[in-house]
Write a protein that binds this ligand. Structure first.
Ligand code: GDP
Ligand code: MG
Length: 738
């Protein structure tokens, strides 16, 4: 990096710029306050809409006087009496006139008054002449060459030496910058023009001399055949003597001033149309970079380095683009930094609603404004550098926006999932309260659409047209996927609730139906005892068949209820299968518990007693027996007792009459379907013969009364029956005595 570019700091402020600014002082130092001057005179903000003119010529040929009249400037002028050199180094001033000779002048004309070169005070300082010529050529569109009329044709004169220098340094510059189409205008202003020789003739003489000079200079390799017209255009003007013809001088200067306006080359004959400022003369250095550029160029010149303008322009572009980027980022920061802070704070506090309002609009607005501002200023600089720096700026901005947007969507995702889950649960609860008539699938569908809509709106609001990273479809899909997962979980909970409801229903139905079957045991009728012998009554023999039928009937109905309801909320086939499997298992367990309740000692003993008494105390026609001493009380008693005792083995095992074996429980429950998750099994009691690892057989599972319980029951029953018998015997004897 050129040291000069980095060295720009804050110079002294609020200077008096009445006389313009000394860009290069007598010690050949560049004045870094140039930019202040350009800013103060509002040239800095003009982009390319400014013009730079330099004036050359011998000492004390009225250059400064001319400029002051032409442009209203206040360059120092030698007093008529002292005759000392006044202009030192290079001064610059902005044109202070709006119009000349009644027509408007170009905007923002900057004029450089260059120290004269015939060396009366400086001696033969060819060095400064050369350096200032280089500097002027690198920056100026128009070079005014100020010359006395009597000097025209004096080929050996001091002016010719100056022009030779100008041509040489010009070639030196263009050796490095062959691509550039930049030309310059050499504007000859002939002073103290008497008028005897027509201007046309003077012009011819000058052009002849210029061609001679051009052919005399040694040209660098590759440019040997170049012509003077390849680099320069020429213009001429003559002014009368200022002292002798003061009024004419002023009016001619005014006419001359009118030529300092924009112009172009006619496409037909290539002749100039309009003023002297042709677009092709412009050095294309944006006004806000002019000071830096001029400083960089001067730095190279003064250190006798090869002046490489394209490199200077690139360096300038890099420096300015960085500067401009920093400036525009400040604006971006004012909008974005508070949002970033807000977001960080919301996340830190774990707020679920960390979704910032209108983030997309704010972000896109700040981005657009920032890039537009950069484009406006920076696009004037070297195209390649500008494009690269713009890319850097965009990626800087986008890195921050991206982080902001992604966090925003993460927040929107979280908030959306929570809201969805709450809304579904809430609607289910409300539905349950209102009597359970709600459609789970409908609730889910409605709430999902709502949640997706909100998320989509947010994602779309964050999307920036033509910016790939701001397409948030993947995030949207992720959100939808999680909603589906939450739905699945909620549906599972809903299935659980349904299962519990159906299981309760099964229990209640089993309670009634199985209770009824067992109650029938209490009645020994329908298969009563005759004196011939006991017959196992039909109602008792097929107890288990009836229990089994009632059970399977109830379960079937429950399964239908469960499946219908589960399908209504769009449970998958697999989920339904798992639910049914659980239902059958739980139903079996419920049945077994009901049976256990029925065969609890106190209950079953009462049933056996009722059964026995029915058989013993009533005859075949159901008429109560009045015992007479002649009756075979003992025989009837024995038969009734044996008949009732016959129930005990029947009750002991759950066996179907047809097969005389336990029902096919494994077939009824079915194999465990795929998709049973551990939590599905958690609350299931083991079932013998089905859950192998329990080591219990189906035989055990269907054993209702154990051997010891059976014996105990028989003993108790017999005791009870004996009591009844004794009582009957007593009543028979009593009947006789009465
Ligand atoms: P500079 O050194 O080229 O900038 O010349 P100045 O503008 O300082 O003027 C030098 C002297 O020439 C001053 O004394 C002026 O009065 C005088 N002068 C200015 N204009 C003219 C002119 O058109 N003709 C003549 N003969 N003298 C002029
Ligand atoms: Mg001067």
């Amino acid at each position: 990096m050129n040291g000069h570019f980095a060295a720009i700091g804050n110079g002294p402020t609020a200077k008096q710029y009445d006389h313009g600014i000394q860009v290069i002082d007598e010690d050949k130092s560049f004045n870094t306050n140039l930019n202040d001057y350009l800013t103060e005179t509002h040239v800095a903000e003009s982009g390319f809409n400014y013009h730079l003119i330099s004036v050359f010529g011998s000492q004390s040929t009225g250059k400064s006087t001319l400029l002051n009249h032409l442009f209203g400037t206040q360059f120092s002028v030698m007093s008529e009496t002292e005759r000392r050199q006044t202009t030192k180094g290079i001064w610059l001033s902005k044109n202070k006139r709006d119009s000349a000779n009644g027509s408007p002048m170009a905007d923002n004309i900057l004029v450089m008054d260059v120290e004269g070169t015939d060396g009366r005070e400086r001696g033969e300082d060819q060095d400064f002449e050369r350096k200032s010529a280089l500097f002027a050529l690198a920056t100026s569109e128009v070079l005014i060459v100020n010359i006395w009329e009597h000097q025209v044709g004096l080929y050996q004169g001091a002016n010719m030496g100056l022009l030779k220098t100008v041509f040489e340094v010009n070639l030196q510059l263009f050796l490095k910058d062959r691509q550039s189409q930049t030309r310059s205008l050499l504007f000859f202003v002939i002073r103290d023009f008497v008028g005897n020789t027509p201007l046309e003739n003077l012009r011819t003489t000058l052009i002849t001399d210029l061609s001679k000079i051009w052919s005399s200079i040694s040209k660098p390799q590759g440019l040997e055949d170049s012509k003077i017209e390849d680099y320069f255009d020429f213009a001429f003007s003559a002014l009368p003597h200022k002292i002798y013809q003061p009024e004419k001088f002023l009016s001619e200067v005014d006419r001359l001033g009118a030529r300092f306006t924009t112009g172009h080359r006619s496409t037909k004959d290539q002749e100039f149309v309009g003023g002297v400022f042709l677009p092709e003369y412009h050095r294309r250095i944006p006004a806000d970079g002019l000071s830096l550029y001029a400083g960089g160029v001067w730095d190279q010149i003064v250190n006798n380095k090869d002046l490489d303008l394209p490199t200077q322009q690139e360096l300038l572009a890099q420096f300015r683009c960085d500067e401009i980027a920093r400036e525009v980022l400040v604006g971006f920061d004012t909008v974005i930094a508070p949002l970033e802070e807000q977001q960080v704070e919301a996340i830190r506090l774990g707020k679920p609603a960390a979704v910032l309002a209108d983030l997309g609009a704010h972000g896109a607005g700040a981005r657009e404004k920032c890039i537009k501002a950069f484009e406006t200023q920076a696009s004037r600089y070297h195209k390649g550098v500008y494009t690269m720096k713009r890319g850097e700026l965009e990626s800087k901005i986008d890195t921050r926006l991206k982080a902001l947007y992604q966090a925003q969507l993460t927040a929107a995702h979280k908030a959306g999932v929570a809201a969805f889950s709450d809304a579904v649960s809430g609607a289910v609860k409300a539905g349950q309260k209102a009597g359970g008539s709600y459609e789970f699938a409908e609730i889910v569908e409605k709430q999902k659409a709502k949640a997706l809509q909100i998320f989509k709106k947010e994602a779309q609001s964050l999307s920036i047209p033509g910016v790939a990273w701001s397409n948030f479809k993947p995030q949207y899909r992720l959100f939808e996927k999680e909603l589906d997962e939450v739905s699945a979980r909620l549906r599972k909970e809903e299935m659980r609730r349904l299962a519990i409801r159906v299981e309760r229903w099964v229990r209640s139905r089993l309670g009634d139906a199985i209770g009824l079957e067992f109650n029938k045991l209490g009645s020994g009728r329908g298969g009563s005892v005759t004196s011939e012998g006991a017959e196992k009554p039909a109602t008792e023999k097929d107890l288990w068949d009836r229990v089994w039928n009632a059970f399977t009937g109830i379960v079937k109905e429950a399964e239908t209820r469960f499946a219908d309801r589960a399908k209504s909320f769009e449970a998958s086939h697999e989920e339904v299968e798992v639910g049914l499997w659980r239902l059958r298992r739980k139903s079996w367990v419920a049945l077994r518990e009901k049976i256990e309740e029925e065969v609890m000692e106190s209950n079953i003993l009462m049933k056996l007693r009722e059964n026995f008494e029915d058989k013993f105390r009533y005859d075949e026609d159901g008429v109560p027996r009045i015992w007479r001493p002649t009756d075979d009380i003992e025989g009837i008693y024995t038969k009734a007792r044996e008949s009732t005792l016959g129930l005990v083995p029947l009750l002991s095992r759950f066996r179907l009459s047809e097969t005389y074996a336990a029902p096919d429980l494994p077939a009824f429950i079915g194999t465990q379907p795929a998709g049973v998750e551990p939590e599905d099994e958690e609350d299931l009691l083991p079932i013998g013969g089905i859950d192998e690892e329990e080591g219990k057989s189906l035989e055990e599972e269907t054993t209702v009364l154990s051997e010891s319980k059976r014996q105990d029951l028989v003993v108790r029953f017999k005791k009870m029956a004996d009591g009844v018998y004794v009582e009957a015997k007593r009543s028979a004897i009593g009947g006789i005595t009465q």
